[in-house]
Ligand binder design. Structure first.
Ligand code: CP
Length: 337
């Protein structure tokens, strides 16, 4: 895949060699993401950060990543604050916004909307999540996190055993993660969900065709017993046509420390794309897991910055220019401990 000057709309664009390249650029960018160093590689460039649906991590980390590379960010944070609310089409919106930006990140509640937008854009577009369809940058940061966490236990992505838990029907992060994991060998998946919230058949077919070994179950305890990673997700109630339907599933699959201790192998890593639903009737990841060193959810969220920096560097073709303007930071980073 040629990153430079191209859209990133689906994880299907990626081959293993592309992932290796992205992760190598991300590793080089770690000192910049962790604020040891500053670079001005994207000085003068403008990111159009167009979010027509709520977001905390994706919007802020894409924006922060662009700033950390020296660029500027212009944002829309809800459909109601843009002229889409006056009936303007996605195509016209793309024509206009691409005149103001060097690259655009877009999130929108409709499946396929980011693709449609990209077709009318004059600059590269990155999919920040389109309905229940895909969330490619989330899958890339998840994969980067899985690789880093596994390496601590001398394991690799080939041979990965992973449990995917929760709303596998509407969860776009899970859809993109399944697709990217199908690039690796000897992957086995335990797909734990209520029967009505199973993975779409198109993704199950893709897993089968790629040689991924999977089982589908509603039994959390059994499903998490022999895996390296447990990847928990929220019931995506905003995708349900009737809110009451979502209420039926909330809290059915809730992981806590005693379930973990009784069923998991030592060092099983717990992940979640976040946000997790912390309401008492949901609580898919109990707060009693906070003391568990294998709870990787905030390391995972942190990795969003370096992966998104690497995506920008490659798409805008500055991955070899990072060091040119590099210097050490001159402010105090973090808290005294
Ligand atoms: N993981 C994720 O997409 O989070 P946000 O919805 O907060 O961006």
């Amino acid at each position: 895949m040629d990153f430079s000057g191209n859209h990133i709309l689906t994880i299907d664009q990626f081959e293993r060699s592309d992932i290796d390249k992205l992760f190598s650029v991300a590793d080089n960018l770690e000192p910049y993401a962790s604020k040891q160093k500053i670079t001005r590689a994207l000085e003068g460039a403008i990111l159009g950060n167009m979010f027509f649906e709520p977001s905390t991590r994706t919007r802020i980390s894409f924006g922060a990543s662009f700033n950390l590379l020296g660029g500027n960010v212009r944002e829309i944070t809800e459909a109601g604050s843009s002229s889409l609310a006056k009936g303007e089409s996605l195509a016209d919106t793309a024509q206009v916004l691409s005149g103001y930006s060097d690259i655009i990140v877009m999130r929108h509640p409709e499946e396929g909307s980011v693709q449609k937008f990209a077709e009318a854009s004059r600059v590269p577009v990155i999919n920040g999540g389109d309905g229940s369809n895909e969330h490619p940058s989330q899958a890339l940061l998840d994969l980067y996190t899985i690789e880093k966490e596994l390496s601590q236990n001398n394991k690799s992505l080939d041979g990965l055993r992973i449990a995917l838990v929760g709303d596998l029907k509407y969860g776009r992060a899970v859809h993109s993660l399944c697709k990217v994991l199908s690039l690796y060998s000897n992957v086995s998946m335990s797909l734990i969900s209520p029967e009505e919230l199973r993975l779409p058949s198109s993704i199950l077919n893709q897993l089968s065709e790629s040689g991924v070994n999977f089982v589908q179950t509603e039994n959390l305890e059994k499903g998490i017993s022999e895996v390296d990673i447990i990847y928990v997700t929220r019931v995506q109630e905003e995708r349900f046509t009737q809110k009451e339907d979502a209420n039926r599933y909330r809290g059915l699959l809730s992981l806590n420390q005693s379930i973990y201790t009784a069923n998991c192998e030592p060092n099983t890593v717990i992940m979640h794309p976040l946000p997790r639903d912390s309401r008492s009737d949901a609580n898919e990841l109990n707060t009693d897991l906070y003391g568990n060193p294998n709870l990787a959810i905030f390391r995972q969220a942190d990795n969003g910055v370096v992966i998104r920096m690497a995506m920008f560097a490659l798409v805008l073709g500055v991955e070899d220019q990072i060091e040119d303007s590099s210097r050490l930071v001159n402010w105090k980073v973090g808290l005294d401990t």
